[in-house]
Design a protein around this ligand. Structure first.
Ligand code: IVH
Length: 713
């Protein structure tokens, strides 16, 4: 059959034949998007576009009910499980919500309920109004108070068994609190990742040459669909409880009562949840939440209104895939169209070149945006680097009309190009082959941990590149490192430009050199501010070992890694000696470092590169003459586990893994990230996988959490 081009024809004007073809075409298209979304965690279109397709599909079925067969999408939710995990049949199906976009849709929703329940006009209907969390829904089954199964929604009837992974979430109790919990409770809610954690994860993904996630929802879904629960455990995921499935007994008779009950059981529920008693209150709630949306640390894509009385919910029941008693009032997408005026290359502290889109200013979700990230070279070319599914094969050019998005992210990104508006004489963007610094050093593509070409381009000038030097000085003086008050980014730029501070040690000799510099005569400075600055610098001559290590700006050595190194070595001398040996490829020292918790090949390679460079060794030597580095807190040495190496794997029930590691370290044990011959104990909780197998292979003693606690008590 010839392709019927009907996608712009209003549904009301479609002939039966056109409608049939359009219905089939939409079904295929929607199913394909569902597969991307549910099975590959990579949506192929925006939510707004998806909703539009779905609305059109539903409208066609509404007008031509014959088209609604058993295969109809309107009877399905999502997509069938991907096959990676064991399947779980939901005792009560997990359904979806109808959408409202305009205020009129909300008015219609309330009127429909009133009609259905035959309520008098003056009878108040109370609604529980809640934010619609943009994560993935989860059903948690508790039997006699203990968590037995956690399942994804899947196609609504059957989901995937992700119990081992879910056990690693701190917001999911292993046991329900409270004395008299019903024998069977299915608690449902949303798993999500905060915007800040999503950004951090993407940075790590990019550094490792792994694909980046388009938004926090995909990163949450990707993190949950891991075969190894320890990967999930390392990804911070949260959970809000807001619904239920099978319940052997009902602990409340309202939606809000159920929410309160979830809290007493040990769950987090959304603090913005509110009772509304009229359409006006509902739409006011929608406005208020939308206004505050960008300040929330998690993504929401609308609000949900639910009839509060459960007896009314029961009477109202369901229509095909959604309840009559609830509706999702969506927010307009935080997207906008504008013109890409230029592409600027920024050089970061570690020499990574980031292309930044300079845009014709445009309002997106209440904020004026004139810069957006273009991630990396491949992303501009449209051949990878993340989010590529949005514009397969399309490159981004200066002069293009582009679509930008603020998705769970304070840094907006360019997500698509309006190809029809491309200028005739536009040319593909050529990524610079030289660093924009005055040295014009060659730009090289970074290698990933596995030795393949990564997405990031880096200036090969390393510490000779002025951009990198200046960015390192900024990090050095920043709150997270030396925390020198009065030495912010602007001041560093000025001092660097004047050549008063060229490397960290210079900060500490500034006062002695001030007779010549005469800082008090510089615009913006006076006697007092100069005195304050020197006093602030003096105050920081003493520094903890972990901060000192972090302040060196070694690639891949962030605050957590620096802390792990500080704890592992205890003193600057021990750490420095080890680094110099690592730089010389001393195998024993490398193995020792590798055995430390959180330290792996990437960090070791970067320590080796840093200390292998005489220029860096000089910087460190001059700096250590100026400051006093305090030893890391000494671990106890009289405990039974002092000097032992322990690896925690799987889910722990009595404490978080972080807590367990910290406790082990306080007792003088080393908490390592991987199992080797040198490991003394592996403490394995439910869901332990490859590390447990490794332990068996090396004959390492395996303990349960309780056995471990007994050992250290
Ligand atoms: S209630 C029977 N409440 O939205 C309806 N859903 O399109 C049960 N969602 O699958 C869902 N926040 O993943 C409900 N406060 C909230 C929600 C919420 C997010 C998601 C959930 C659901 C989808 C419905």
């Amino acid at each position: 059959m010839a392709k019927v081009k009907t996608d712009k024809t209003p549904v009301d004007l479609l002939t039966a034949k056109q409608a049939k073809a359009e219905h089939a075409r939409l079904a295929a298209e929607i199913s394909q998007h569902d597969r991307h979304y549910y099975q590959q965690d990579r949506p192929s279109i925006s939510d707004a576009d998806y909703d539009a397709l779905r609305a059109r599909y539903d409208a066609i079925e509404e007008r031509f009910p014959d088209l609604r067969t058993l295969e109809s999408l309107s009877l399905k939710v999502g997509a069938a499980p991907s096959g990676k995990f064991k399947k779980v049949r939901h005792a009560v199906p997990m359904l979806s919500l109808d959408n409202a976009f305009a205020e009129q849709d909300v008015v219609d929703f309330v009127a429909r309920i009133r009609r259905f329940l035959k309520l008098a006009d003056d009878e108040t209907i109370a609604f529980s109004a809640e934010p619609k969390i943009d994560g993935l829904s989860m059903s948690l089954r508790y039997e006699n108070g203990a968590l037995v199964t956690a399942a994804t929604r899947g196609d609504g009837a059957e989901g995937e068994d992700v119990t081992a992974n879910i056990r690693t979430l701190k917001d999911v109790p292993q046991r329900l609190k409270g004395k008299r919990v019903p024998a069977v409770c299915e608690v449902r809610g949303e798993v999500y990742m905060t915007k800040a954690d999503f950004l951090k994860l993407n940075q790590r993904q990019q550094a490792a040459g792994e694909p980046i996630f388009a938004n926090p929802r995909n990163s949450a879904a990707g993190s949950l669909r891991q075969k190894d629960p320890s990967v999930t455990a390392a990804r911070p995921l949260g959970f809000f409880a807001y619904a239920w499935g099978q319940m052997s007994e009902m602990p409340a008779d309202t939606q809000s009562g159920m929410i309160q009950w979830f809290e007493t059981c040990g769950f987090k529920t959304n603090p913005l949840t509110k009772i509304c008693r009229s359409t006006e209150e509902l739409t006011a709630f929608h406005r208020k939440i939308e206004q505050g949306r960008s300040h929330l640390d998690y993504d929401i894509d609308g609000v949900v209104y639910k009839v509060d009385r459960l007896d009314w919910q029961e009477r109202l029941g369901f229509v095909s895939r959604s309840p009559r008693w609830a509706i999702a009032h969506k927010f307009p997408a935080e997207r906008a169209t504008t013109v890409l005026k230029d592409i600027e290359i920024q050089v970061g502290r570690t020499g990574v070149l980031t292309p930044v889109a300079k845009l014709e200013p445009v309002g997106v979700g209440g904020v004026v945006v004139s810069n957006a990230t273009l991630h990396n070279e491949d992303y501009i070319k449209g051949i990878g680097g993340g989010g590529e599914v949005l514009r397969e094969g399309r490159d981004i050019r200066i002069g293009d009309t582009v679509i930008i998005q603020r998705a769970g992210d304070v840094i907006p990104q360019v997500v698509d190009v309006v190809v029809e508006k491309r200028l005739k004489d536009s040319e593909p963007y050529r990524f610079p082959t030289k660093c924009p610094c005055y040295l014009r050093t060659k730009v090289v593509r970074e290698e990933t941990a596995t030795g393949e070409e990564g997405a990031r381009a880096r200036c090969s000038g390393e510490f000779a590149c002025p951009y990198q030097k200046i960015e390192h000085l900024k990090l050095f003086a920043s709150r997270r490192a030396f925390d020198i008050e009065g030495l912010g980014e602007k001041q560093i730029e000025l001092f660097f430009e004047k050549e008063w501070v060229k490397e960290p040690a210079d900060i500490f000799t500034l006062e002695a050199r001030n007779k010549k510099i005469k800082l008090e005569e510089v615009e913006g400075y006076g006697e007092t501010s100069v005195r304050n600055l020197f006093a602030a610098i003096e105050q920081r001559r003493e520094i903890s070992l972990d901060r000192f290590i972090f302040s060196l700006g070694i690639r891949h050595v962030g605050e957590t890694t620096a802390l792990a190194l500080a704890r592992g070595y205890g003193s600057w001398k021990a750490f420095h000696d080890a680094c110099l040996k690592v730089a010389k490829d001393d195998e024993e020292t490398i193995a020792e470092m590798d055995a430390l918790d959180q330290i792996g090949d990437t960090v070791i390679a970067s320590i080796k590169a840093y200390f292998g460079e005489s220029h860096n060794r000089g910087i460190v030597e001059r700096l250590t003459k100026e400051v006093k580095i305090l030893d890391a807190e000494k671990p106890k040495t009289d405990s039974r586990v002092a000097g032992k190496t322990v690896v925690f794997t799987g889910a722990l029930e009595k404490m978080t893994r972080e807590e367990a590691k910290a406790m082990a370290e306080r007792l003088g044990a080393k908490a390592a990230g991987s199992v080797s011959k040198k490991t003394d104990y592996v403490v394995a909780g439910p869901g332990a996988g490859s590390k447990l197998a490794e332990a068996k292979k090396h004959g390492v003693q395996v303990l349960t959490e309780d056995e471990w606690l007994k050992l250290i008590s």
